[in-house]
Design a protein around this ligand. Sequence first.
Ligand SMILES: Cc1cc2nc3c(=O)[nH]c(=O)nc-3n(C[C@H](O)[C@H](O)[C@H](O)COP(=O)(O)OP(=O)(O)OC[C@H]3O[C@@H](n4cnc5c(N)ncnc54)[C@H](O)[C@@H]3O)c2cc1C
Length: 140
Amino acid sequence: MVKIYREGELKGKVVGIGVETKSGYKTIMAKKAVVLATGGFAANVEMRSKQVPSLTSDLPTTNHVGATGEGITIAQEVGANTMQMSYIQLYPFADPNNGVLDATAVIPFSGPSAGIVYVNEYGKRYVNEGERRDVCAKTT
Ligand SMILES: Cc1cc2nc3c(=O)[nH]c(=O)nc-3n(C[C@H](O)[C@H](O)[C@H](O)COP(=O)(O)OP(=O)(O)OC[C@H]3O[C@@H](n4cnc5c(N)ncnc54)[C@H](O)[C@@H]3O)c2cc1C
C-alpha cells in the first residue's frame, strides 16, 4: 500500500487504497471500509526516536523488517491522527542478530518474577526483574 484515498482531500470517508504491484500501480476500492493493519514502527529509527528519544540507531530491532511505520505515514498524509505511539517499548532480552528471545532471561517476565537476576555490564543487579519492559530496558 502506498496511498489511501478519501472522498475529499483530508475529509470524508476512506474509499480505497493504492498499491504498488509487480505489474504497476493499482487502486483497490473499499466496499465497506479500509482496516489498517500495517503494524508497528520499531524498524523506523527516525519515527521511533521522535517518540522516545533514547531509541536511537544504536539499538537494532528484533522486529520484522516490515515494521517501518509507513502505514502510519500514509494515513497521516490523508489526515489521520495517532495516539499512544510513545508507549513503544523495548525488551532487552532477545538476540539482536536473530530476534530469538533468551528463554532463561524471560522467565521473570512470563512468570513469577523470580529465579534469575538481571545484571548490567558491570555485573551489578540494576532492576527488579518483575518490572515493566521499559524499566528493565534501562540499565543505568
Ligand atoms: C522478538 C519479538 C517477540 C514477540 N513475542 C511476542 C509474544 O510472545 N506474544 C505476543 O503477544 N506478542 C509478541 N510480540 C509482539 C507481536 O509480534 C506484535 O505485537 C504483533 O505481531 C503485531 O501485529 P500486527 O498485525 O499489528 O503487525 P505486524 O505483525 O507488524 O504486521 C503488519 C504487516 O503489515 C505489513 N506492512 C507494513 N507496511 C505495509 C504497507 N505499506 N503495505 C502493505 N503491507 C505493509 C508488514 O510487512 C507486516 O507483514 C513479539 C514481537 C517481537 C519483535
